[in-house]
Unconditional design. Structure first.
Length: 334
């Protein structure tokens, strides 16, 4: 699923594209209260990782919770060594590759997509059946952002002359190809659901608008009343999440229902939003949110930080814990 909030912003620069978008809006309704439910059932555990790395991070989880993907860094004699980490039911496989800069998503078949730097540009890759290989990409480079269960991949390419972004899809039905999607200017896809519905953000810098593209090709704007800008970060089931800028520094986190474009305001306590599952449960920063409330994920504290990256449909959350060393973690029962 998803994806690093990060990671959800659009910045196209010479030779390097990083998805850098982060604003979405909601009307000035009363702020929801933080949930006060007991967190006794919410459990944090550390995922296994190579002992000789100095940082490791779990960045994506599939809908079923069976597959988790992330990256790690190992100090080499001359430079850092990049490692791709794949956990299947908790069992770790490690793949060393100079392409393993970032994981974007993993699907229910355990197929992982991400990006790395090669030949002077950002290159998309796919890990399938234990083999990591480059995906085809336009001359300016590309980054995948999401993959669904059928293997369709979406992402963003960059124009080598203007550095403007444009939306891409790598269709599972036509391996070895990519296509440019018919979407508004500067569109950046950020999520794809199981039925092929795609969400993302489009528009010029600081004038962003969220959108959804349905399987039949229809495109609907995702916004809220009074919003100056909206940004969409992820989708699953019939839900999408993002942020809205209402002006005067008033930015709110939003969940949209893709069936009709309606929206609801998420808890103000969420520092950011990074992922959503098919039940509409949202994670971001050190919190998890259901309905209009949220609660802290365990593991943080004085001098210790935690960050939720992604959530499965079963409710398992993955991310990192930083107590001076960044390690990959999983939350269950939250």
């Amino acid at each position: 699923m998803a994806h690093l909030a990060r990671r959800r912003m659009l910045a196209a620069t010479a030779g390097l594209l990083s998805a850098a978008l982060g604003v979405a809006t909601a009307p000035a309704t009363a702020a929801p209260r933080t949930a006060s439910a007991s967190a006794t059932a919410c459990k944090l555990s550390t995922l296994p990782y190579p002992a000789d790395v100095y940082r490791a991070d779990a960045q994506a989880i599939d809908r079923t919770g069976r597959f988790i993907a992330g990256t790690a860094l190992r100090r080499g004699e001359d430079s850092n060594q990049l490692l791709l980490l794949l956990w299947k039911r908790g069992r770790l496989t490690t793949i060393e590759s100079p392409l393993a800069d970032a994981v974007a998503d993993v699907n229910t078949a355990g197929t992982v997509v991400g990006n790395g730097w090669a030949d002077g540009r950002t290159r998309p890759w796919i890990l399938r059946d234990g083999a990591l290989e480059l995906l085809p990409s336009p001359p300016g480079g590309a980054e995948p952002t999401a993959i669904n269960g059928t293997g369709d991949i979406v992402g963003v390419g960059v124009d080598p002359d203007t550095f403007d972004p444009f939306p891409l899809r790598w269709p599972a039905a036509r391996p070895g190809t990519f296509e440019v999607l018919d979407l508004p200017a500067n569109a950046v896809p950020q999520g794809i659901t199981e039925d092929g519905t795609i969400v993302g953000t489009a528009g010029d810098f600081a004038a962003w608008t969220g959108w959804v593209r349905y399987p039949d090709g229809r495109v609907r704007t995702l916004t809220v009343p009074g919003a100056r800008t909206t940004i969409v970060y992820a989708a699953q089931g019939h839900w999408a999440i993002g942020r809205a800028n209402l002006g005067d520094g008033n930015q709110v986190k939003v969940r949209w229902d893709l069936r009709d474009g309606s929206w609801s305001r998420l808890a103000d306590e969420l520092p950011l939003v990074t992922d959503v599952n098919k039940r509409g449960t949202v994670v971001g920063g050190d919190r998890i949110a259901r309905g209009g409330g949220s609660r802290l994920l365990p593991g943080g504290g004085a001098g210790v930080g935690v960050g939720a990256r992604a959530i499965s449909d079963t409710g398992t959350v993955v991310g990192f814990r930083n107590d001076g060393r960044v390690t990959p973690v999983r939350w269950t029962g939250c």
